[in-house]
Design a protein around this ligand. Sequence first.
Ligand code: MEV
Length: 400
Amino acid sequence: MAEQKFYQLTPQQRRAQLNFDDSAIPVTTQPTSQLIENYLGDFALPLGVVPNLIVDGRSFVVPMVTEEPSVVAAANNGAKHLNAGGGVQTNVTQRDMIGQLLFEGASAETLEAFIVSRETQLFARAKAAHPSIVARGGGLKSLRVRSVSDTQMSVDFVVNTQDAMGANIVNTIGEALTLEFEAFSEQLLGVILSNYATESLTTARVSVPFAVLGGREVAQRIAALSRFAANDVYRATTENKGVFNGLAAVVLATGNDWRAVEAAGHAYAARDGQYRALTRWWVADDQLQGELTLPLALGTVGGSISALPQAKASLALLGEPDAPTLRSVVAAIGLAQNLAALKAIANGGIQRGHMRMQYRALALQIGATSTEVDAVVAQLQTHPVVNEAVAREILAEIRK
Ligand code: MEV
């Protein structure tokens, strides 16, 4: 019998060959074992929730998958502030994806004339390639020529993908469209969707009363930090990373493509040539006003979402949202995450907040009850040296 290739082995056989530590990641028979090549097991990450985030007047339980300890705590903190301001209002554009037919050596005029002359055939090709998306009210919407350089042209075709993530739909339709462009076979370099989902923008807005933040001064400092990140690429990168701490955790929890969301977000942050913060905070009407706009190509059906039981469980927590609702919630969590970070920075730095969490963990570890934890943490914060012995002394003193 011919020797089996590595990809043909069972996960157990692959593990044996690699001396893989079964105790770290047990073998499972999850459907995920069919999802990728050379599968060994499921790599688990912590799933936490924000139990109440008000978006467009509705309360959502928001699942977040992350390995970074402070992210869910910060999101909850931010959500509390946003909720106190009446919650987040969102605006979601159509769920349209862009695909690209990439040409070199064909002029814009020739391509434009060709598209006009073949419009009926192009739409027929697209429909035949994916009739089910057309039946659901989606499919090819338009084609337009965009000049990239003197010699390079992109025929951007826009596809409505309804509640699906859409990458496969766009690529299937794109590859069918190329059949119509036979006359350009020399100039056509290739076809692929674009992750720069500018036809899928989502905006989240909020007004937060000063009192919720601890006063006007804090709000003004947050606004000043925001102005800084609008102009400085170093600060903008970090701030956007913080926004994606929240966004990507929900995107991942719901089985969506977080690399696509991040790539599009960063490109959008640099849309005018300078990389800037995606969020903006300013003071008006005696409130802190905040806004976040970014491309969010998210789906709630199909592809890996349907193949991942974890994603289905997350969508159930969210109340089985459609794609536009998921986009609203994801944008809102980005705003919450960002506000929590900026507030912590405005109040002296994020380490302080982290220390509070570590002190809470220490208090619980030495047996403080839920009614004692806050008092132990408060006293630990005033101590020059903190360790288990000090925490035990404080607890004993409180209990006297
Ligand atoms: C940490 O993961 C994220 C922050 O650095 C974001 C920010 O600085 O705005 C706190």
